[in-house]
Design a protein around this ligand. Sequence first.
Ligand code: GYE
Length: 330
Amino acid sequence: MRKKTLLAGLALLAGLGLATTGCAGSNGAGAAGDGSGGDDVITVGFAQTGSESGWRSANTESMKEAFSAENGYDLIFNAADNDTAAQIAAVRDFINQGVDAIVIAPIVEDGWDDVLQEAADAGIPVILEDRTVSASDDLYASWVGLDFKKEGVMAGEWAAETFGDTPTKMVVLEGTTGSAPANDRAAGFDEAVEGTAIEKIDSQTGDFTRDGGKTVMEGFLQKYGVDGIDLVYAHNDDMALGAIEAIEAAGAEPGVDIQIVSIDAVKDGMQALVDGKINFIVECNPLLGELTSGLVRDVLAGKDVEKKVYVEDQSFTQEQAAEVIDSRPY
Ligand code: GYE
């Protein structure tokens, strides 16, 4: 462990090209192959949030593929089941084990200062993927992920265009409280619908899970009735899918009686969009493995890396989803 290697770079550059130029096809946010060929195995501890959603499964798969033994890695994988204390404990474990680098998908934004400082003191670089933290960016080498605020804005712009001046009662299914995507997707959406006739009548966390979305939506339906809700904004597809079950169980037609906008564009979400049960989806690309491993290699090689690497997202109407659904990789 703890050997630096002078590999990669190229993979990251190629990946970045994809990341900045585009979205077409979305066949992953990174380059193919990571140029590994050195003898030194790189030990990486990866602290994943858990396994709350379809997005998360695709992200975990992408990370495991990129950080494979074939590519020269010894990956120590931990999924914290959405428990922030357990995730911090996992990172401490990685530090104690003396891994070469630590990758974190932080469940929530706050509370990272101490353990990031401990990693820095131990000389172990930290790369964040997916979610962001509120701690100083001096405490980590780089972050790669999506622009959650922009995703919220895109979802909100669709709502503003669709409902415009029509008085609209909206409920929100929030992601995990304190997580960067829940915070930023809420802020972006609110900004985009400001001044429209869309009224947020309720907003609760469904923790990014299908069950959570279903339970919260059942509560909303009980409280406001099918006729009292026009629009659901779900911070991810899984919660939208849970809401669909609740709306159908209440005898209404999702996508028609109650419209739904969500974020992720995972397979099941896209299928519901094609089926007319969701009305609009903003993409959030989970295939961050190659970009993350490229960053790890560059940081270990002592190269300068960008502090923030953004991957582009696109969005889909029902018609657009029908055109692309068969070619989607996740
Ligand atoms: O949208 C959701 C997942 O952090 C961007 O986490 C990610 C979010 C994603 O559980 O489905």
